[in-house]
Ligand binder design. Structure first.
Ligand code: ADP
Length: 563
């Protein structure tokens, strides 16, 4: 009797305990299921119902279905009746349920946590991939920059030698040969332009293109760019106007050379994509409200240069893409344009390097307007001694050499005319009167052209020894030695050659001083000093070749190869 009572008491207290446990479990936020030793669910709390998206009734009495062992948490995928999948974490503890051994399984939905972790891993993977891509891109740009540099050297030689042939150094060419040589030189120049653009692009991308930012007047940049493009516009029958909205007060903060390069690019395009009879204008000014699409910081004053044309225009869907390298818009023209598709890519990168940007508005059939935005600068920021309207490069001691080279190239014909006239009148040249103009001028023509080219190269390479310069020097020496040999065949004297070089030197000086006045006296003096050194070298080479050829003529031993 007593024993039965005790058993009943135990049962009662166990039931009470179970009820308490059940009510605790029902409150828990984690899903809890009690699984019997046979693997069948005995009980599921409301959180478990929610997690499995099934009622407790439908869960209880079914197989739990997941391997459950005691110990550390296990992750499982729960598929809800609708097909939705959750990630859950299981923990198992041994328990007694309704007097029998069972397992209490707690189930926590960790889907959000897993997603967040996966997102973090993804972000990290993307960051690593980006870093890798950037490193690869830098390596590519480095490679391009090196390659472009290496390509320029032989290309310059190709162009140089083609020019020599063109000038008749190796003998007079038949008309067909002349045309072929001209094509070699023209293709070489085209290729060189492309290589130079690639080099620029690679340098910007590799972060190796330095810009020298300083306050500069907008009027000078506008004038310089328009002057360069004017002949091309005229040749195409396009009217080019450059208008300013101020009296020299508008300045910008940027690199003068690069700004001119961008404006030349924009003007070249505008002229190229506008038919004869059309109009291209370049204007500049200041604004506090740049185009909203410009990638510029808010606020501040901006100096803008706007190139507007009434040409073919650009389809709206291609407006953003034309700033990508190698992209040319489908213009509807049957013949693709002969550009490289690099000009705008370089221009925009340069603009951004100077903390500005380029924007475009265009309507097909009506025309386009490209605007270069740069931070405005105060006019007085540069001090009173500021040069106005002259191209920069004062930082280099070789400043102005390239401009003087250009002058010599342009004035070559008239310089030769005067040179030959004076040569006939002033030098003791036997039989000069009976010689043709071409016989007196041919080597000198090539020589002056090469000399002009060397001046340009000297400035471009900042006076550093470069393979381009070496090639130019080879050509220079070759011309001088042919010159000496030819004068020997004409039975001239040392004195006559000396007289020739003196006249050449005087005439070059006259042309450079006359035409190069705008470049400034120091630059002209520096250029003339270089010219004098080159002429002295050439005269020595000519005289050596002369002596050798004259000696051979008289049956003596040759004096050896010219250096
Ligand atoms: P390129 O002129 O060498 O082809 P750019 O990068 O300078 O390369 O220009 C890219 C393309 O943008 C051009 O090929 C042309 O399709 C288009 N484009 C540029 N400027 C103009 C313009 N003013 N009018 C019409 N199309 C233009």
């Amino acid at each position: 009797m007593l024993e039965r009572r005790a058993t009943t008491d135990r049962r009662l207290s166990r039931r009470l305990e179970e009820r308490r446990l059940r009510s605790i479990i029902e409150q828990l936020a984690d899903g809890i299921v009690i699984v019997g030793a046979d693997g069948v669910i005995r009980f599921a709390n409301p959180a478990a119902e929610q997690l499995f998206a099934r009622s407790a009734q439908s869960l209880e009495g079914t197989e739990f279905g997941f391997a459950i062992a005691g110990g550390g948490p296990v992750e499982i995928d729960v598929v809800r009746p609708g097909g939705q999948t959750l990630t859950a974490e299981l923990r198992v503890v041994e328990a007694v349920w309704e007097g029998e051994p069972a397992r209490l399984v707690s189930i926590r939905d960790v889907t959000d946590r897993r997603r967040a972790e996966e997102r973090a891993r993804q972000v990290e993977r993307e960051r690593a991939a980006r870093a890798e891509a950037e490193a690869a891109n830098r390596a590519k740009s480095e490679f391009l920059a090196t390659m472009s540099h290496e390509l320029r050297t032989p290309l310059n030689a190709v162009i140089g030698y083609a020019q020599l042939l063109d000038l008749g150094i190796g003998g007079t060419l038949a008309p067909e040969q002349q045309r072929q040589v001209e094509r070699i030189a023209a293709s070489g120049r085209h290729l060189l332009g492309l290589v130079n653009e690639l080099l620029d692009l690679a340098k910007v991308d590799a972060g190796r293109l330095a810009v020298h930012i300083a306050p500069a007047p907008a009027g000078a940049a506008s004038e310089a760019a328009a002057t360069l493009i004017q002949p091309i516009a005229e040749a195409r029958g396009v009217l080019l106007t450059a208008t300013s909205v101020d009296d020299g007060a508008v300045h910008y903060q940027g690199d003068e050379d690069r700004v001119r390069q961008i404006l030349v690019n924009l003007l070249t395009n505008a002229v190229k994509f506008t038919d004869g009879g059309g109009h291209v204008s370049l204007e500049y000014g200041q604004s506090t409200g740049p185009a909203p699409e410009a990638r510029l910081p808010d606020g501040g004053v901006w100096t803008y240069f706007r190139v507007t044309d009434n040409g073919i225009g650009i389809p709206a869907d291609q407006l953003a893409r034309i700033f990508e390298p190698f992209v040319q818009a489908r213009s509807g023209r049957t013949r693709p344009n002969d550009g490289s598709g690099l000009g705008l890519a370089i221009s925009r990168r340069l603009a951004r390097l100077m903390h500005g940007d380029i924007t475009v508005r265009s309507t097909v059939g009506k025309g386009s307007a490209f605007t270069l935005w740069l931070p405005a600068a105060k006019p007085d920021a540069r001090g009173p001694a500021r040069r106005h309207g002259t191209p920069k490069r004062a930082a280099s001691p070789l400043h102005g050499l390239a401009d003087i080279g250009e002058i010599l190239m342009r004035e070559l014909a008239s310089l030769l005319e005067v040179f030959v006239t004076r040569l006939r009148a002033e030098c003791p040249t036997p039989g000069a009167a009976g010689l043709k103009f071409s016989q007196l001028a041919d080597h000198v023509a090539s020589y002056v052209a090469d000399l002009a080219g060397m001046l340009i190269v000297l400035e471009e390479t900042d006076g550093q020894p470069s393979s381009v310069l070496v090639d130019a020097t080879d050509i220079h020496r070759l011309v001088a030695s042919r010159h000496g040999a030819q004068r020997a065949r004409l039975r001239w004297t040392d004195e006559a050659i000396h007289c020739e070089y003196r006249i050449l030197s005087e005439e070059i000086e006259r042309v450079v001083r006359q035409r190069g006045a705008a470049i400034g006296a120091p630059a002209v003096d520096e250029a003339l000093a270089v010219v004098t050194r080159l002429l002295t070298q050439a005269e020595e080479t000519s005289l050596r070749a002369f002596a050798r050829a004259a000696g051979t003529d008289e049956g003596r031993q040759p004096a050896g190869d010219p250096p």
